[in-house]
Ligand binder design. Structure first.
Ligand SMILES: [Zn+2]
Ligand SMILES: [Zn+2]
Length: 367
């Protein structure tokens, strides 16, 4: 029987296990089998590994993946944009599939909140066929209705994986919030989502983007991506001092838009204060439940804030992300984020590196 090597999460907080899982005998109509070319390790994977999200094990993690089509199921002839698909094509895809028919999908147009929605690398057990539903493996099974995108030859795999799900998350969040070209923008956090939010804001032509975060190597990356000012939380340790710094940079008023890309509850308390009166606040970094915080809602009323939330992303955001990456490789070098490459048998080293924030981005290159 033909098999695929995979790094499998079998128990929380324990080393990933190397497994050989069966390749499918025959594909369902509309499905595809892809040979993994590169799989990104996302911060969410570290949370999954630590058991901070409710998932059922065993799971092959990895929801940021590029691969080449090895088999096509009957009826799968085109990608999401209508381009023809053939064996050997380099593709990426949305990690989650929504049902398209429920109250949230069809009526309220909030498909990211579809109750049927499940994500590759998170929501599928790998001890049941078709097994290979995550990126940390030699092969990846794409279920029918997966939104696949063929990659243009001039868009490197490193750009797609370097940007990862962070860029999709940022595009979706900024779409909901709305940014105007003359806005003063603060980005809280200089991780992958923060860097992506910075890139989106800069490309919208805003007045300035101030990035608050750390450690230093991340802020260096933020500067590389065009941050007008960076505030290092290791140097400016008091929220009051950071508020003062932002006010000084914004004519005394605070930011028109603040984008939270941190995931720490206290950052939300601080971030709302960084907004000017009548400003906008986006809570984007709380994909995991990091717990409650003491906070006075008076700030929203007093400042007349608009507060937004955004969950994951839709197929159109991946389309926009790929076009954005292709057009802006010089200004926003996401390919440079890919800093460390690992084979699957070094999975635990790779995960530990991401957990310790040592790398800009670690990836798997299975072959
Ligand atoms: Zn992710
Ligand atoms: Zn649905």
């Amino acid at each position: 029987m033909a098999t695929s090597k995979a790094a499998v999460l079998t128990a929380f907080n324990a080393p990933l296990e190397s497994r050989d899982l069966p390749l499918p005998d025959k594909l369902e109509p509309g499905a595809a089998l892809v040979r993994t070319e590169m799989a990104g390790i996302c911060g969410t994977d570290v949370h999954l590994w630590k058991g901070q999200l409710p998932i059922t094990l065993p799971v092959i993690m990895g929801h940021e993946t590029v691969g080449r089509i090895a088999q096509l199921g009957d009826g799968l002839e085109r990608d999401w944009t209508g381009q023809p698909l053939k064996l050997g094509d380099r593709v990426t895809w949305n990690s989650a599939i929504s049902c398209g028919q429920c109250f949230y999908c069809a009526e309220k147009k909030q498909p990211t909140r579809c109750p049927q929605r499940r994500a590759y690398g998170i929501g599928y057990r790998c001890d049941q066929p078709p097994h290979l539903l995550g990126g940390y493996a030699e092969f990846h099974y794409l279920r029918p209705r997966t939104t696949i995108f063929k990659l243009p030859d001039d868009l490197p795999t490193e750009s797609v994986i370097g940007a990862g799900c962070g860029l999709l998350t940022a595009i979706h969040g900024i779409e909901r919030t709305g940014i105007a070209w003359h806005d003063n923008v603060v980005v809280q956090g200089a991780g992958p989502v923060g860097i992506a939010a910075l890139a989106c804001a800069k490309s919208a032509g805003v007045a300035q983007v101030i990035v608050i975060g750390g450690p230093k190597h991340r802020l260096e990356m933020a500067k590389r991506f065009g941050a007008d000012h960076v505030i290092n939380i290791d140097d400016v340790r008091e929220p009051k001092a950071r508020l003062e710094a932002v006010r000084q940079l914004t004519g005394g008023y605070g930011a028109d838009v603040v984008l939270e890309c941190v995931g720490i509850p206290n950052a939300v308390v601080e971030g709302m204060e960084l907004c000017r009166d009548g400003g906008k606040y986006l809570v984007l970094g709380h994909y995991c439940d990091a717990g409650p915080v003491m906070w006075n809602p008076h700030v929203i009323t007093r400042k007349q804030l608009q507060v937004f939330g955004s969950w994951s992303s839709e197929p159109r955001h991946l389309k926009q992300a790929l076009e954005f990456l292709r057009a802006n490789r010089q200004a926003f070098p996401f390919h440079e984020m890919v800093s460390h490459r690992f084979t699957l048998d070094r999975a635990n080293e790779a995960l530990a590196m991401t957990a310790n924030w040592q790398a800009a981005k670690s990836v798997f290159v299975p072959a």
